[in-house]
Ligand binder design. Structure first.
Ligand code: HEM
Length: 273
């Protein structure tokens, strides 16, 4: 469990589906925190035992992955010189890059449209990389309720307009009944048990276009904290969470595995008052 938990993207406005993009200062492209060693060790184990679950590549993503590796090395050299850059030679460059940072890394290139061409995703939140490789933004997001109506068009347009000069980041969050970072499968059942069994999971995602290959890099840094810890830190956390969950449409609650959870949280809150 991370001691610092930098992002709690809840407010009193309730749930809404939005791109939520903010300008990114490239000095903060990737984040290094106290879980660096632990998460890199976890990646090493996953790459050894579950390589085909956590890595997927098409040849169309090779040049971009090489450029990404150089960008990651340059970034760490410049902003985190304390990190010793050791790489296992001979691996796919997106795997080499992924072994250096806590983030999951995805590369998209444009052919007929933007397609996912290389990825090393060790910490997925209940989705399968193998089913997404080579597919379009629309196909990747096909299980996401309302995406096709609300986000498909602006997201594709955003990808077309992105330049190397201006990068962006956004946050995604959910509540799960497990703190495990590697969750590639699983029905989105409702979290069970008491408040102590629930975990708030936030993804800090960045989007940037690489200057040479003009591919787009999507990074995901996953932060997990127990709901109890966040409640102890901030008494507005659970009420804001309940409000966000209750204001989400039923289709979103089902997709996220939240059906009935807001009520349970409300009950837990009442009991502890
Ligand atoms: C501006 C860019 C993007 C936006 C606005 C966006 C938005 C979203 C949203 C709203 C969800 C639902 C997640 C949730 O509520 O828990 C989602 C899920 C997801 N996104 Fe994105 N996304 C973007 C870019 C990408 C990219 C570049 C990838 C490439 C890998 C990606 C991969 C996924 C995957 C795999 C899921 C889970 C889908 C599933 O359940 O099977 N997203 N995205």
């Amino acid at each position: 469990m991370t001691t610092s938990f930098p992002y709690v993207p809840l407010d009193d406005k309730g749930w809404r589906l939005a791109m939520g993009l903010r300008p990114l200062d490239l000095a903060t492209w990737l984040e290094v925190d106290e879980r660096y060693e632990e998460e890199l060790a976890l990646k090493t184990a996953l790459l050894r035992d579950n390589y085909d679950v956590v890595v997927a590549t098409n040849p169309e993503g090779d040049d971009a992955s090489r450029e990404l590796l150089e960008e990651v090395r340059d970034f760490l050299h410049r902003y985190h010189p304390e990190i010793v850059l050791q790489v296992l030679e001979g691996e796919h460059p997106i795997v080499e890059a992924s072994r250096l940072v806590q983030e999951d890394l995805c590369v998209l290139t444009k052919s007929d449209t933007w397609r996912l061409r290389a990825a090393c995703v060790c910490f997925p939140s209940r989705w399968s990389l193998a089913t997404k490789i080579g597919t379009t933004l629309d196909d990747i997001h096909s299980p996401v309720p309302l995406y096709d109506h609300v986000l498909a068009r602006p997201t594709n347009a955003f990808f077309d307009r992105l330049t190397p000069e201006r990068s962006f980041w956004r946050l995604n969050w959910t509540l799960l009944d497990s703190p495990v970072l590697h969750q590639p499968y699983g029905a989105r059942g409702s979290p069970s048990g008491a408040l102590a069994d629930w975990f708030f999971r936030v993804e800090r995602q960045t989007l940037r276009q690489l200057p040479q290959t003009k591919s787009i890099v999507f990074t995901i840094h996953t932060y997990v904290a127990s709901a109890v810890t966040l409640r102890e830190r901030d008494e507005t956390f659970v009420p804001a969470l309940v409000n966000a969950m209750e204001s989400a449409p039923a289709s979103v609650q089902t997709y996220k595995g939240w059906t009935g959870v807001a009520q349970q949280l409300r009950d837990a809150l009442t009991r502890s008052e």
